[in-house]
Design a protein around this ligand. Structure first.
Ligand SMILES: NC(=O)c1ccc[n+]([C@@H]2O[C@H](COP(=O)([O-])OP(=O)(O)OC[C@H]3O[C@@H](n4cnc5c(N)ncnc54)[C@H](OP(=O)(O)O)[C@@H]3O)[C@@H](O)[C@H]2O)c1
Length: 418
């Protein structure tokens, strides 16, 4: 390799353009060529070589590092070809890594190349390399976080402006915080990919993304947010992975009531946070911008420069940045997880109804931490809010079915409590 590190970029959208702008201020990194879908599109950056065939990048002998910022899984074969052609990879693509990481990391190991992906989780927050380096002395019990800026923005607006989910989604779309098709964010896919990647490095095991339980925020109502507030909680979309019995992992993404006393409840708008709990460090929280052109470019360019400095210092890549593990984690089913629950119950506004809820909880050995009757409705019903003690998910589900078996009582929402 000559002094300049030679880069090929796949994708010149939000992140790709940010990366080009940041790299353009550096003398020791040269962008050889970029691939896009539509070469006729007007862009904020100008490059001498633009192709619509990403294999031109993967097969170009003058490129040392391929930066993949296109998204989705369409670039799997391109990246495989690039690795086989002895190129290092830098990517921001959480979906590709969560779904096909095992295959790509195996190939990279075989060809003595690295795949760096700091931008794939929590955008501008440095988290992957700090876990692998500064925190490498630790055995972790859990990693949890607010990993999706769009949903955190929507939940923040619902909370602060007392608006419905639909109104806040529209606002987020108008301001560019949510995509026209918001499914990937609001249904929890994005956070699921990110927690799969985090769990992989925190616990040193491969993660089957298809076994991660996932719930989005579409069922959260303004009333849930109001009741949660009254009880001392905020509602957040939390992605978490924790060690349970026999070294199994409990990995999931869903909304949670988070006590206002916890610092993570204070994370607002599009900001992300990652909370690690391990020994000897105890608890550490990383907070920062989870997305955006420049914060994400900061992580991508950081990875590029990391490769450059390692090659310059050692002539090759340090083992620290390579992937070592190949064993799959034992991931438990959501039915076997233990949680405290917030239940929003629509019941008959009659004597004995609260007793009925108490009886059903008691029958399943579910402790009640708090039970409050809210306003009565004109239709003769009333809302009852319950916060339970810790119990098995399968027990709360059976309790709910029994409660609803009268055909009148309805558990309108069940949200787990952090
Ligand atoms: N946006 C963020 O803040 C952020 C944060 C962290 C991670 N990421 C990740 O970074 C990646 C890129 O995100 P983005 O927001 O920059 O996406 P984007 O704005 O939609 O840009 C995607 C780019 O990829 C190009 N592309 C798509 N399909 C292609 C194909 N088949 N061949 C060649 N080029 C193709 C597009 O070309 P055209 O321009 O011609 O359509 C576009 O330039 C994704 O994996 C995303 O999850 C994004």
């Amino acid at each position: 390799m000559e002094n300049k590190l030679r880069i090929g970029i796949i994708g010149l959208g939000t992140v790709g353009c940010g990366v080009v702008k940041v790299l353009s201020k550096m003398d020791d990194v040269e962008i050889i060529c970029a691939a896009v879908k539509n070469t006729a599109k007007k862009r904020e950056v100008e490059l001498n070589c633009i192709t619509d065939n990403p294999f031109d990048i993967a097969n170009n002998p003058n490129i040392d590092v391929v930066v993949e910022v296109a998204g989705g899984c369409a670039m799997l074969d391109v990246l495989k070809a690039a690795i086989q052609n002895k190129k290092h990879i830098v990517t921001a693509n959480k979906e590709l890594l969560a779904r096909h990481g095992a295959e790509l990391f195996d190939l990279a190991r075989e060809h003595n190349r690295v795949i760096l992906y700091e931008a794939a989780v929590a955008g501008g927050i440095p988290i992957i390399l700090p876990i692998k380096t500064s925190l490498s002395a630790n055995k972790f019990n859990s990693v949890a976080g607010i990993l999706n800026g769009t949903t955190n923005y929507i939940l923040t607006k619902m909370d602060e402006e007392n608006l419905s989910y639909e109104d806040c989604l529209l606002k987020a779309q108008q301001l560019g915080f949510a995509e026209t098709d918001p499914t990937g964010d609001v249904e929890g896919f994005d956070a699921m990919y990110k927690i799969a990647i985090l769990a992989n490095i925190v616990f040193g095991k491969r993660i089957d993304v298809n076994k991660i339980y996932k719930e989005g925020i579409t069922k959260i109502s303004a009333l849930d947010i109001r009741y949660a507030n009254e009880l001392g909680y905020k509602i957040k979309l939390i992605a978490q992975a924790k060690k349970v019995d026999n070294d199994a992992l409990d990995i999931r993404v869903h909304p949670m009531l988070v006590s206002k006393e916890r610092p993570i409840s204070e994370i607002k708008n599009a900001t992300n946070a990652v909370l690690l709990n391990g020994f000897p460090v105890d608890k550490v929280m990383f907070v920062g911008p989870g997305a955006g052109e420049f914060p994400t470019a900061s992580s991508v360019v950081g990875d590029i420069l990391c490769i450059k400095s390692e090659i310059e210092k050692c002539g090759e890549i340090l083992p620290m940045t390579t992937c070592h593990h190949s064993e799959y984690a034992n991931q438990i089913d959501i039915e076997d997880t233990k949680n405290c629950y917030y239940l929003c119950i629509k019941a008959k506004n009659e004597p004995g109804e609260i007793g009925k809820i108490g009886f059903e909880c008691g029958r399943h050995a579910i402790n009640i931490s708090c039970i409050i009757q809210k306003e009565a409705m004109d239709d003769g019903s009333a809302t009852v809010i319950v916060i339970t003690g810790e119990c098995l998910e399968k027990d709360i589900n059976t309790m709910i079915s029994n409660l609803e078996s009268d055909g009148i009582t309805k558990v309108v929402n069940k949200i787990r409590v952090m």
